[in-house]
Design a protein. Structure first.
Ligand code: F6P
Length: 324
């Protein structure tokens, strides 16, 4: 390995900068050139690169977003696009590639590796936490704290007005953010794509909470949950069936992807960035560098993508106990 490329792809997440910094500085430590690729796989197609020295990555560990920028590249999904991207690899004499991203980015990275025989190592970077082989993805911890803080604020106004709030948090296909923030803020119910909660069950739960004397209520809804199609329709249905409830909807949206990374995400980015470079040096490829019980865990990229981490159903059960 004389030159290692690094890119961030797909939805950005807090902690990506920490991983980029670790990759660049570990390369410097081992006297390897580090090539940063700007705007993910799209930048690889467009030969948009810059050399990363130790000092190039100073002052970024505490910054949200990604200093290399990110993109979702449709062109890279085509054979022609990947051929063009490989030209950049050749021209810049890149020997191995670190891909920081989620499910879609790893799928692209894996195909690229198989087609062009370039070693690829992945670092899990997504707030959704939906990759197998790691208890945490970069940005997940920060997003949990951001969402929790935001919902605490919503609770203040919910209490003042005796209202029911449906708060939608991110998670297109996964309920990790909803489940944990739901438990943290004391939600009446938590709706996630992995578990089908019928409208009838939800209505019964709300009736129970009213008769138990609750004056304000928060329901946390994962973006990908399908109870009532979407959060706004769900609000209409509740108001129809329970006219005594004054319902409001709040969609937290992309604010959950921003902000300064938590201590946990900075440490995780550092650990995974260093290990990614060392893995490439040791001729390992096609793996994702994750973490389990505080220890580095390596998983084949193909498994990380397909075998989704199971949601902790026990947390749902506990949430119900808290709301009896
Ligand atoms: O980063 C993952 C994610 O946060 C999903 O939960 C969400 O659906 C998606 O990104 C939205 O991202 P974008 O607006 O960038 O397409």
């Amino acid at each position: 390995m004389k030159n290692i490329g690094v890119l961030t792809s797909g939805g950005d997440s807090p902690g990506m900068n920490s991983a980029i910094r670790a990759v660049a500085r570990t390369c410097a430590h081992y006297d390897i050139k580090c090539t940063g690729i700007v705007r993910g796989f799209q930048g690889l197609i467009e030969n948009n690169t810059k050399v990363l020295y130790t000092r190039s990555v100073r002052g970024i560990i505490n910054r949200g977003g990604t200093f290399l920028y990110s993109a979702r590249s449709d062109e890279f999904k085509t054979k022609e696009g990947r051929k063009q991207a490989f030209k950049t690899i050749k021209e810049n004499e890149i020997d191995g590639l670190v891909v920081i991203g989620g499910d879609g980015s790893f799928t692209g990275g894996l195909i690229f590796m198989e087609e062009h025989n370039i070693p690829v190592v992945g670092i899990p970077g997504t707030i959704d936490n939906d990759l197998y082989g790691t208890s945490h993805t970069l940005g997940y911890d920060t997003a949990l704290n951001t969402a929790t803080e935001a919902i605490d604020k919503i609770r203040d106004t919910a209490i003042s007005h005796h209202r029911l709030f449906l708060v939608e948090v991110m998670g297109r296909d996964a309920g990790f953010i909803a489940l944990n923030t739901g438990l943290a803020i004391g939600a009446q119910e938590i709706l996630i794509p992995e578990v089908n909660m019928s409208i009838d069950n939800l209505i019964n739960s709300l009736k129970r909470s009213k008769s138990a004397g609750k004056t304000s209520t928060i329901i946390v809804v994962a973006e990908g949950d399908k109870t009532g199609n979407n959060v706004f329709q769900l609000a209409d249905t509740i108001e129809e069936k329970l006219p005594r409830y004054e319902v409001r909807v709040s969609v937290l949206g992309h604010m959950q992807r921003g902000g300064s990374p938590s201590c946990f995400d900075r440490v995780l980015g550092t650990q995974t960035g260093i290990t990614a470079v060392e893995s490439l040096i040791n001729n390992e490829k096609g793996i994702m560098i994750g973490i389990n019980n505080g220890k580095i865990n390596k998983t084949e990229l193909s498994k990380a993508i397909k075998g989704k981490t199971k949601i902790n159903q026990e947390l749902l059960r506990m949430s119900k106990i808290m709301n009896t």
